[in-house]
Design a protein around this ligand. Structure first.
Ligand SMILES: Cc1ncc(COP(=O)(O)O)c(C=O)c1O
Length: 452
């Protein structure tokens, strides 16, 4: 029988996170202060982040030690298995081998605890009692709720309204782990109240929920803010995924020709892909593909420009691919991919030509999800299904070209709490929203003028 599950032992778990900043051809453009427009200094960030995370955000060191206490909790589910999708290969009649890294094995169901545990740990060291955050699909909010429980920190989550309504069981997961979850926009913050007054029917956005969480943190001395994606330190923590992948492939004596991940803010893609991009920078031939929704096509249609990370303009201004911080993406079912911007590091590797990006509509994405579930049994999150769609297309291309490629995708999360979205797909109620050209053009008019 051919082996289809590949495990590493707990002793083999990587003990360092990888910082791609050490290997990039150019430094990441500086973050700018949202009020002064001047480069952000570490002290500017102390109002919402603990010192160690600020250091990790800015350091050029290649390797960062993972603290023992974080490793100890990682070991509850890490190393995650590498799986071979052999039945899917057969169904597609492809000569390609399709592998996936199963991050759905974490207790919260996705890659998000890899950074949640680390962030809660550093906030505990800084003596903080509470962390506020946003969540889209609810995967991040539940991951941080779990991390808060382990570290003895209270967690307050602002959940994007459309997801709050679509995914009630995610809220219950957060509550089970002791967190409090509010629908965003909420009446708990000035910015939430303003939006409720001006746009009572809004679906909410990640950019808006971030504004509420930051406002809450800034106004409470004992409280910090935690971001589930985008920032360098979040991508850094996720590299445990890619470092494990390199170990797996070394053990099985193979190396992927193609690495694929879905992108919302970019963190699971960064985690799986950055260690391979390190190899690519040093001469390896490898295609690396970031996949996003056609309804929110940040990397494929946005400009590479300075923009705010949130709607209320409270975060630093970062150079990234963006659709404009006031852009409200259509209410697609991959709530975790409804973000106007993109991680500055992922943006940079795209800008440097180290990766390519593509976008898909949600119906073909769900079609891929169902095919995958029928072959491999695991039901993917709608976000993850974007990566699966691309992996299937790559496998079909390999068949047409008669090539025995090795295709790897990051299985960022399971979809067991996303079944209401599957229901809408089965009853043909999922709309394939066209790229909202007009709306994006309007939002891009709101980009900040910067002087760098
Ligand atoms: C399962 C899953 N995959 C992917 C994402 C996208 O986030 P990121 O691009 O930071 O990995 C999310 C975000 O909520 C998610 O829940």
């Amino acid at each position: 029988m051919e082996q289809i599950k590949f495990y590493l032992s707990e002793q083999e778990i990587p003990r360092k996170w990888y910082n791609i900043q050490a290997d990039l051809p150019h430094p990441v453009p500086p973050y700018l202060h949202p009020l002064t427009g001047k480069p952000v200094k570490p002290d500017d960030l102390l109002a919402i982040f603990p010192p160690q995370l600020i250091e990790q955000e800015m350091t050029q060191e290649r390797w960062i030690d993972i603290p023992e206490e974080v490793l100890d909790i990682y070991c509850l589910w890490r190393p995650t298995p590498l799986m071979r999708a052999r039945r899917l290969e057969k169904a597609l009649k492809t000569p390609a081998k399709i592998y996936f890294k199963y991050e759905g094995a974490s207790p919260a169901g996705s890659h998000k605890p890899n950074t949640a545990i680390a962030q809660a740990y550093y906030n505990k060291l800084a003596g903080k009692k509470r962390i506020t955050t946003e969540t889209g699909a609810g995967q991040w909010g539940s991951a941080l709720a779990l991390a808060g429980k382990f570290m003895g920190i209270e967690i307050t989550v602002y959940m994007v309204r459309v997801s709050y309504e679509q995914k009630p069981y995610r809220r219950l997961m957060m509550e089970t782990w002791g967190a409090t979850c509010y629908s965003s926009p909420s009446d708990r913050t000035n910015f939430g109240r303003k939006i409720l007054r001006e746009h009572p029917d809004t679906l909410g956005t990640l950019g808006l929920a971030i504004s509420e969480a930051v406002e809450d943190a800034v106004n409470h001395e004992d409280t910090n803010y935690g971001l589930g994606s985008v920032l360098n330190h979040v991508c850094l923590h996720q590299t445990i995924v890619g470092e494990e992948l390199l170990l797996h492939f070394k053990k099985i004596g193979e190396y992927p020709d193609v690495v694929i991940g879905c992108v919302g803010g970019g963190s699971n893609f960064a985690g799986a892909a950055f260690p391979f991009i390190r190899d690519k920078i040093h001469g390896k031939q490898i295609d690396i593909i970031a996949v996003e929704p056609a309804a929110c096509p940040t990397l494929t249609k946005g400009p590479y420009a300075y923009d705010y990370g949130d709607m209320a303009k409270t975060t630093p201004i970062m150079q990234m691919f963006t659709l404009g911080h006031t852009f409200e993406p259509p209410g697609i079912h991959a709530g975790g991919l409804r973000y106007h911007g993109m991680s500055p590091l992922v943006s940079m590797v795209k800008q440097e030509g180290l990766i390519e990006a593509r976008s898909y509509h949600q119906n073909p994405v769900f079609e891929a999800a169902v095919l995958f579930a029928n072959c491999e049994a695991i039901i993917p999150a709608p976000e993850t299904a974007h990566a699966i769609r691309a992996a299937i297309d790559e496998a079909v291309k390999a068949r047409e070209e008669g090539k025995e490629k090795v295709i790897l995708f990051n299985f960022s999360g399971h979809g067991l709490l996303d079944l209401a979205s599957y229901d809408r797909y089965y009853s043909k109620k999922l709309e394939d929203f066209e790229y909202p050209d007009e709306e994006v053009r309007r939002a891009l008019g709101d980009l900040p003028k910067v002087d760098v």
